[in-house]
Write a protein that binds this ligand. Structure first.
Ligand SMILES: CC(C)(COP(=O)(O)OP(=O)(O)OC[C@H]1O[C@@H](n2cnc3c(N)ncnc32)[C@H](O)[C@@H]1OP(=O)(O)O)[C@@H](O)C(=O)NCCC(=O)NCCS
Length: 183
C-alpha cells in the first residue's frame, strides 16, 4: 500500500507474508545469482520456504528488529533491501540486499539502502549501520562504499559456502558521518 519511488520507475515497499507467492517466483529468477553471496536461510526453494522467510522478518519487525523491503520494477519484484539486524537499544543496525540480474547496474540498491539509512539515523536516532559481505563480493562492497561506509575489518574464513570458507568484510558508517555526507 505504501511505497517509495526509486529511479527507473522502481518502487520500494514492505515485503510481507501475503507476498509469499510473488516472493517465491522472484527467488526462482534470482536463486542461482544470489546463492553464493547471501545467508543460506534466505535462498529457499518453494512458496512455503519463501513464506517462512517473510514470517521470520514479520516477527522481527514486531519486536522492532529486522525489516524487509521489496524493490519492484514495472510491477515485478526484482530484489530488495533489509535490516538483517536492528537494535534500537544498542543503536546499531545491519543492512543487507539482493537483486535479480535484470535489475543490476541501475543504482536501485544504493538508492533503497539510502532510504533505510536515513530512517535509521534520522527517524530512529541509531548511531551505527553495518554492512557484511563476502570479501570477494565486489558489487556488494561497491554499494557499501557508495553509501559512505568504511571498511573496518576482515573476519578471516568466517563465511562458509559450498565446502570453502571465505573471508568476510565488515563495513560501517556512523551517524555523524552519515549526516555530514548527506547535509
Ligand atoms: C550486490 C548487488 C545488490 C549490487 O547490485 P548493483 O546493481 O551493482 O548495485 P546498485 O543497485 O547500487 O547499482 C550500482 C550499479 O548501477 C550503476 N548506476 C547507474 N545509475 C546509478 C546511480 N544513480 N547511482 C548509483 N549507481 C548507479 C552503477 O554504475 C553500478 O553499476 P556498475 O557496477 O556496473 O558500474 C547485486 O550485485 C546482487 O544482488 N548480488 C547478489 C546478491 C548479493 O551479493 N547481495 C549482497 C550480499 S552482502
Amino acid at each position: 500500500m505504501f511505497s517509495l519511488s526509486l529511479r527507473h520507475g522502481a518502487h520500494l515497499a514492505p515485503l510481507e507474508v501475503w507476498h509469499a507467492e510473488e516472493f517465491a517466483g522472484h527467488l526462482d529468477r534470482a536463486r542461482e545469482h544470489i546463492r553464493p553471496w547471501v545467508g543460506a536461510g534466505f535462498v529457499t526453494g518453494d512458496v512455503d520456504g519463501a513464506r517462512a522467510t517473510l514470517r521470520r522478518y514479520a516477527e522481527r519487525q514486531a519486536h522492532d528488529g529486522g525489516r524487509l523491503y521489496g524493490i519492484r520494477r514495472d510491477g515485478v519484484l526484482v530484489g530488495g533491501v533489509m535490516f538483517t539486524d536492528f537494535d534500537a537499544a544498542l543503536g546499531v543496525c545491519e543492512l543487507g540486499c539482493w537483486l535479480e540480474p535484470s535489475a543490476e547496474g541501475l543504482g536501485l540498491v544504493t538508492q533503497a539502502s539510502r532510504a533505510l539509512l536515513d530512517w535509521a539515523f534520522t527517524s530512529r536516532g541509531l548511531h551505527r549501520a553495518e554492512w557484511h559481505c563476502r570479501a570477494d563480493n565486489a558489487r556488494s562492497a561497491a554499494v557499501a562504499e557508495r553509501l559512505g561506509m568504511r571498511l573496518e575489518g576482515v573476519l578471516r574464513e568466517a563465511w562458509p559456502y559450498d565446502g570453502v570458507r571465505y573471508d568476510k568484510q565488515v563495513w560501517a558508517v556512523l551517524a555523524p558521518e552519515w549526516h555530514a555526507l548527506n547535509r
